[in-house]
Design a protein around this ligand. Structure first.
Ligand SMILES: Cc1cc2nc3c(=O)[nH]c(=O)nc-3n(C[C@H](O)[C@H](O)[C@H](O)COP(=O)(O)OP(=O)(O)OC[C@H]3O[C@@H](n4cnc5c(N)ncnc54)[C@H](O)[C@@H]3O)c2cc1C
Length: 485
């Protein structure tokens, strides 16, 4: 067995792990990223990027098919070739993961391809696919092993007819009927994708509302659109039985109206993900593998002072951009300590030498059609937090660019603190709000006021103008809506 010493070992090469590897390289901290799969993690290989590539293809198909209103005719004859869509998706994934591997290399951080397991607080064993085992000792460790799908014995995922999100990204033929269990973001995104291509989709959600935790007004707009595409959504509905019956899946669901049976070609299980703490040897490093997630302080340090953690393994929200931000901060702190700045070590960072993660303005986006995007506090959350709240809302139906593009569903809402006019949150539902939310992020992150945003000049005609108008609406000064709306 070979042994090697490195300053920092990064366990996991997803948006947390690879970003840490790149940042440590930039900061000249010798580091190895141990990743057993392709670098890029769930996000690049079987999450964000693959799902958004499929969704982009489905939108092209939908828009082309429904172009008659714009005078673009003949779209009804179009077909979607899922095999080719998936091949395109694979190409995008390959390019991006290859790019990340290259970036690690160019920054002087080595990717060691293998499964890592801690053998002590300062040691790990990395087993490569060919069985070669390498022992690594390290001064610092950054844990970034991500998350895994929650599995429920009642819903036995087999990858054939009962699928998880990963399987769903590689389907090369469209099922006639699909039952989605779990009406969270992933379920609605993938269910919506299949419905857009023509599958008959039913979504079953155990909670009272789909996308639990999201402002119900936003969700309503998405559900309306799903309904138009023939998607049947059941809430407060619990699966009581599921079986792969060979050529179909039989699922029984308890609803307020009694038990219903669904027969579908395929069933997709999207009931959530959980931090990945198993099989990493955490117990050998003084950490609890039975914990729900790895607890970290504001510097991203676990209770073991030389061990940091970032990304999904640190608990909700499970989002790629949050993972990357945490990883950058953890890497910077490790670099500061490596450079001999020990002021923040052990006793806490009383001197303020270490970088802090505050999770203040982390956006969340659902790539449904229309999209949902939020940052900061919703009006309900702001009230609960004790603020006196004033909101400004601007509908896309009143936005010239939205009308030009034929996407008038939805709105932007700016949530402010009545006392200071500071923007506490921005909520959006509509076409391309995944892009517009960046403006909300800047406003919330920098503590801008509604007057400041409303006073800025946005280009016309753009969807962005709706953000400016929503900020103006906080003071009843939006130009393009009727007074009192
Ligand atoms: C279908 C789907 C769609 C999604 N869409 C979005 C989206 O649009 N936007 C968004 O922000 N988020 C999205 N997410 C969530 C996003 O993918 C995760 O939040 C993100 O990948 C977390 O990054 P991470 O680095 O913490 O973990 P991961 O991406 O899970 O990476 C962890 C890595 O660690 C590796 N690993 C684990 N254990 C070991 C070990 N013992 N040894 C070596 N390597 C190991 C794994 O192979 C993996 O590559 C989506 C998720 C799914 C499933």
């Amino acid at each position: 067995m070979q042994t090697e010493h490195i300053h920092t070992l990064v366990l996991g090469g997803g948006p947390a792990g690879y970003a840490a590897g790149i940042r440590l390289g930039q900061l000249k901290v010798p580091a190895i990223v141990a990743e057993m799969d392709n670098v890029g993690g769930v996000c690049l290989n079987r999450g964000c990027i693959p799902s958004k590539t499929l969704i982009s293809a489905a939108r092209r198909y939908w828009d082309a098919r429904h172009g008659a209103e714009f005078g673009v005719e003949g779209g009804e004859a179009l077909t979607a070739n899922l095999e080719k869509i998936v091949a395109y998706k694979n190409l995008v994934v390959k390019k991006l993961t290859g790019g990340i591997a290259q970036l690690l290399k160019l920054n002087g951080t080595r990717w060691l391809k293998g499964r890592a397991e801690l053998t002590g607080p300062h040691a790990a064993r990395v087993t490569q696919a060919d069985g070669t085992v390498q022992e690594i000792t390290f001064d610092f460790l950054l844990l970034a092993p991500g998350s895994v799908p929650v599995s429920i014995p009642l819903m036995p995922v087999d990858g054939v007819r009962i699928l998880d999100s990963w399987h769903a990204l590689d389907l090369t033929s469209l099922p006639k009927s699909l039952l989605v269990v779990g009406g969270g973001v992933i379920g609605l995104e993938l269910g919506g994708f299949m419905a857009t291509l023509g599958a008959q989709v039913t979504v079953v959600e155990a909670m009272e509302q789909c996308m639990p935790g999201t402002d119900p007004d936003l969700v309503k707009v998405v559900l309306r659109a799903l309904k138009k595409r023939g998607v049947n959504v059941l809430t407060s509905a619990r699966v009581t039985h599921m079986e792969n019956a060979g050529d179909r899946v039989i699922t029984r669901v308890a609803t307020a109206k009694g038990e219903q049976e669904f027969v579908s070609d395929l069933t997709l299980i999207t009931v959530g993900r959980k931090p990945n703490l198993a099989g990493i040897g955490l117990e050998h490093a003084g950490l609890d593998p039975q914990a729900r997630f790895l607890e970290v302080d504001a510097h991203l340090r676990t209770k073991v002072s030389h061990i940091y953690a970032a990304g999904d393994v640190t608990g909700a929200p499970l989002l790629a951009h949050r993972a990357t931000k945490q990883a950058e901060i953890a890497a910077e702190n490790i670099a500061r300590l490596a450079a001999g700045d020990t002021a923040g070590d052990a006793a806490g960072d009383t001197a303020g030498h270490l970088a802090v993660y505050n999770g203040h303005a982390i956006p969340a986006v659902a790539y449904t059609d229309p999209e949902v995007a939020c940052v900061g506090l919703s009006s309900a959350a702001a009230r609960e937090a004790g603020y006196e709240v004033v909101c400004g809302r601007f509908p896309f139906a009143a936005c010239g660019r939205a009308m030009a593009g034929g996407h008038t569903d939805g709105y932007i809402e700016v949530v402010t603190d009545a006392k200071t006019d500071v923007i506490l949150g921005v909520q959006m539902v509509g076409a391309e709000v995944s892009e517009l939310i960046g403006q909300g992020v800047v406003a919330v992150e920098l503590g801008l006021t509604a007057r400041a945003v409303g006073g800025a000049v946005f280009a016309h005609p753009t969807l962005s103008e709706s953000f400016m108008e929503a900020a103006k609406a906080v003071h009843g000064e939006a130009i393009h809506v009727a007074p009192g709306k």
